[in-house]
Design a binder for this molecule. Structure first.
Ligand code: MF3
Ligand code: CO
Ligand code: CO
Length: 288
């Protein structure tokens, strides 16, 4: 019996699995992904719904980013996010999510906050860098995206952190297509961060998204060993958190959500929801 890793019988010199190995019919493959990994491969109908949720989230995020200027509080941004969701017949997924229930509609992660920052009444000031993270539910489907805002002019070091974070996200997206393995995403991100003497947070990961807020698989942003190949119909986020100093995160003991850098040095993050297509990818949360 010829096995998957043997040389192919046709003398191509390739492995059997890369050559004449019979491909599973798509339906069987999708079922395998669900049973083996818990990954929901989306139908055309689900993809249409997820696209709408992602578009809504990106529009809302764009409006929030434009409103985030010197003097405004993150609580005011949260109020605005609530109104925007209502106006667009959408629901903000963070509100009451998890345990303890997240108290607000968006995450606002300022300076040394890595992620899951809770909007409060402190006004934004010159030089702040902040991630705004929006997850919208539309007709039951989820779209998840985040961006950085820089208030006025910041230091060269903080600006570089923001720029490198976007580079990490964008370069890791560019390689996506069916058969690429999940570990390759973290490889690229960690390489770019290291080259710039920054560190990559490993306590939070990207994730499948669309039918639920957080679905399998996990998408680590660090070097890892996840061999799962991407296939068409997968929808997931990539959301690297890049630190100026140490990679470790500490969760606030009082609110149980706010994740800060252990050394209180700045952190930056950016996030997109991605669809794997027949031969490539689509960014579903592209900025409008
Ligand atoms: N939007 C975050 C993510 O990218 C999750 C926030 S959970 C919350 O996965 F409860 F804080 F909203
Ligand atoms: Co996410
Ligand atoms: Co998010």
């Amino acid at each position: 019996m010829i096995s998957r890793n043997d040389p192919c019988w046709c003398n191509s010199g390739k492995k059997f699995k890369k050559c004449h190995y019979p491909a599973l019919p798509e339906k069987d493959k999708n079922k395998t992904y669900l049973t083996n990994y818990g990954i929901i491969i989306k139908s055309q109908k689900q993809i249409a719904g997820i696209k709408k949720a992602c578009k809504t989230a990106s529009i809302i995020l764009d409006k929030l980013v434009k409103k985030a200027t010197k003097g405004i509080t993150t609580l005011e941004l949260d109020e605005y996010a609530k109104k925007l969701h209502k106006d667009m017949d959408a629901v903000a997924a963070p509100y009451k999510y998890g345990n303890p229930p997240f108290p607000k509609s968006i995450c606002t992660s300022l300076n040394e906050v890595i992620c899951h920052g809770i909007p409060d009444n402190i006004p934004l000031k010159e030089g702040d860098i902040m991630n705004i993270d929006v997850t919208s539910i539309v007709d039951g489907f989820y779209g998840d995206t985040s961006r950085m805002v820089v208030i006025g002019k910041t230091t060269e070091a903080k600006q570089k952190l923001v720029d490198v974070t976007y580079e990490c996200l964008n370069e890791s997206i560019k390689i996506l297509k069916p058969r690429i393995k999940i570990f390759q995403i973290g490889d690229i991100i960690e390489e770019i961060a290291q080259k710039n003497h920054f560190s990559v947070v490993d306590q939070f990961v990207g994730h499948g998204v669309g039918v639920f807020f957080h679905e399998p698989p996990q998408i680590p942003h660090n070097k890892n060993n996840l061999q799962i190949p991407l296939i068409p119909g997968m929808t997931f986020t990539i959301e690297p958190m890049i630190n100026m100093g140490k990679k470790e995160a500490v969760i606030d003991q009082n609110d149980q959500w706010t994740a800060r850098t252990v050394d209180n040095l700045p952190s930056a993050q950016a996030e997109h929801t991605i669809l794997i297509t027949e031969d490539s990818y689509e960014i579903l949360t592209q900025y409008p």
